[in-house]
Design a protein around this ligand. Sequence first.
Ligand code: CUV
Ligand code: SF4
Length: 626
Amino acid sequence: MSKRDFSDLTICKDGQQMLAKAREDGVETVWDRKRAQEPHCGFCELGLSCRNCAMGPCRIDPFGHGPQRGVCGADAHVIVARNVGRCVAAGAAAHSDHGRDLVETLHAIGAGETGDYGIRDPEKLGRIAEELGIAAKGKDPKALAQAVSERLFEDYGIRRESPALLGRAPQKRRDLWKKLGITPRGIDREIVEMMHRTHMGVDNEPVSLLLHAARVALSDGWAGSFVATELSDVIFGTPTPKVSQVNLGVLKEDQVNILVHGHNPIVSEMILAATKDPALLKAAKAKGAAGINLAGLCCTGNELLMRQGIPMAGNHLMSELAIVTGAVDLIIVDYQCIMPGLVTVAGCYHTKVITTSPKAHFTGAEHVEFTLQNAREKAKQAVTMAIEAYGARNPARVSIPGSPVPLMTGFSNEAILGALGGTPAPLLDAIKAGKVRGAVGIVGCNNPKVKHDYANSELAKELIKRDILVLVTGCATVSTGKQGLLMPEAAEMAGPGLKAVCKALGIPPVLHVGSCVDNSRIIHLCAVLADALGVDISDLPVAAAAPEWYSEKAVSIGLYAVASGVFTVLGVVPPVLGSSVVAGLLTSGLEGVVGATFAVEPDPHKMAELIDARIKTKRLALGLSA
Ligand code: CUV
Ligand code: SF4
């Protein structure tokens, strides 16, 4: 492949440069491995294969020439629906188990079982406590931490009518869920029930399976992810607007470079603290380094970026290429979206890979297990290992591309509403006046099946041109940030209405609101706007898009968005086309049930048109100008 061809794989200059270097260095990347897998299995792409039992594996012939039923008798619709169900269960499990780790952390803080973590936003803890019916006034934050965490633990297993924070959804929406029988009861319960239902011989009706998938997804969006976001704010601080930087240029040739990768701030926040330790800084200097430089990848990077302004080196598909710079001394991971291939790439350089979670061991990586009791000490140990590795760095193999791009971050709902004077009224006025025609969340992920960062950033550009405010989370943050869209200056690229609003407030037209679990911030904001207007979320001129999605988590996010009433466009075709019933339900049938559907459209310009048309319809129905 010539250098020019790399522009077919990624729009990013730093990515293209590192792909060329990977080629020279003989390093295999995710794109090479994807090519080796092609053509992908057609049965699996359509969702028509099943290996849920040992009478199989089975597959249904989409052309009608071969078998139309699995050994058990399941037809295409049942098989596709079951596969969707398990996919959503896995995604919801990932977010919610991450949330559970934060509940455990808060509980340990309350019980005095950890000296390494504390409460940085006691005010928010108090607010959450009051919301849960726990009197907060005058109470010691530790006692509150214990009471709140105990109530949130119950969201996971014990049978409840509904999770603790569900009251945040508009009443109309909650009534609808109740009517449909999809109000989540317990997070673990819904996930377990999905595994049960998809066992051979349980739920064999696609509509029933999909409704339960919606219930599972709602337990993610309105409970598991919500808990992860809210407690991370309590423990590590609620984000406020700040400026940082993005792309591989944030790595520093003359410093020890450490990358954090994964999802949970429980680990990355401790690493950040250790990089500031005077003794470790001294040790780094003794090795000839000018300092210790920390940068983020993927969602734990988003967590540090939002709260602490730590720069982002890249997103999902940049994780291997970051190592190819030859300048990364240590990459420390927890869980989710960390390609096993990373260890192989690191093996081609001097880069050390450290795993930290008992849930996530990687062959070839060194395991330094973090607990709530030893985190601070283990973080220091990891940074010491980075300093050691720096000594082994080969300067001749180092090439750090380009210079970093500035980006603004930290737009928690508290920060957004704070900037508006504490109420959503100014935003609603702008929406009513048509200055801001609507809002769209662009969420997550890259996928080597589509050109890296192209659809994520192109969609954002198209939407802001149409006076539609964009909120980004996850890997879409890096895609849009690298294009300069996260700076107030990008208002120049927006339509006249949005431009004026951004200029008046000094904000970018694309707002960074956090990591994947922070999509809960977006649905919460939707609920606040719907309540202020006295309507349901499905009445709002809003939408969501996952242009480059790859993960099971993204499917769960998409489904809870739709089940909450938000029209959602996917850029990569999900494996459902093998069933006309499932595909039909997801892309049109759900409209009459939950007031929103999915659409699939890989072209970001057409995607923008679909979203624009949706927003127009919703605005007109509210009696506003198109
Ligand atoms: Ni959780 S899920 S690729 S890191 S956003 Fe990035 Fe985000 Fe998708 Fe993973
Ligand atoms: Fe085949 Fe049915 Fe077993 Fe699936 S559950 S593998 S379709 S026999």
